[in-house]
Design a protein around this ligand. Sequence first.
Ligand code: ADP
Ligand code: F6P
Length: 322
Amino acid sequence: MSKKKIAVLTSGGDAPGMNAAVRAVVRSAIAKGMDVYGVYRGYNGLLNGDVEQMNLRSVSDIIGNGGTMLYTARSEEFKTLEGQKKAAKHCEELGISGVVVIGGDGSFAGARALTNAGINCIGVPGTIDNDIACSEYTIGFDTAMNTAIQMIDRIRDTAQSHDRCSIVEVMGRRCGDIALQVGIACGATAILVPEVGFNIETDVVERILTTKKTGKQHFIVIVAEGVGGVVDLAKYVERRLGIETRATILGHVQRGGSPTLRDRVVASLMGHKAVDLLAEGKGNRVVAMKNGQIVDFDITEALEMPRVFNEDLYNIAKTISI
Ligand code: ADP
Ligand code: F6P
């Protein structure tokens, strides 16, 4: 009987830990007697035939590297039915019957489309934003937050020296999880996230004033990217309160760097689980973390789940960061 062949790709925004997931997929597949292929630059690699067979040594010494050795991309062509059929045809020509897709929910929608075109796909959540509703954790989240707090600790040093307010934007287009956790970890006087409505006067200005009255002379405000407007907010706070204020957008620094232990371990477990599912002949599934365990969900069910923001944590942050 011919060997089962599977492939692995990374798609959408990169995230620290993606390499650890690729490594786990390659080694778990080889351990199960499968042939495994690396697909370069996301779905583009399936469309262009940019695919290479991997061996145990192809993924040596990558577990601690940021970025993704398979590169990543966004592909407009793959969003079309023709593109999906072309990608499926290329898989069939190579004898590839399953693909592990490491990425965010856009990449999962692509994985569902490719499964419908005849190639079993398993999604693995890889995005720093932690915005995959079915999973309490996404690969890259921990590293991004740790990078952010290191940067903000430095910002605090200078804010403190100058008795200033610093307003810092962290990543998270539709999701305030990075802002919330980082805000707690950095003792931010105010945290603004896209999930919770806010009023600049009561949620920023008054909080700074209350804190100032108790003796504090420097302030950190964390704003999620999905809220934005940090430059204007800094001008407003300075004008309104007469406190010198600076805005910093942390940006892509949060996407790079060597993955933390948590990202390396979770990525390894999720990559391994994805191969188990393909080995069982399953497709259209997403690997996820639930109550700390690695589980799987139907892709459509996963994509339709509403994301739940942790308002309790948000309220605790408001109570203790004052
Ligand atoms: P992420 O996976 O990080 O959410 P994107 O939303 O950019 O990133 O999606 C990555 C890629 O997945 C897209 O460039 C596209 O090729 C593919 N994709 C996204 N949405 C769909 C869709 N609805 N159908 C098919 N492919 C999709
Ligand atoms: O998905 C993570 C994320 O970092 C978002 O927070 C951000 O909006 C987006 O990716 C930016 O992606 P890029 O610069 O690659 O387009």
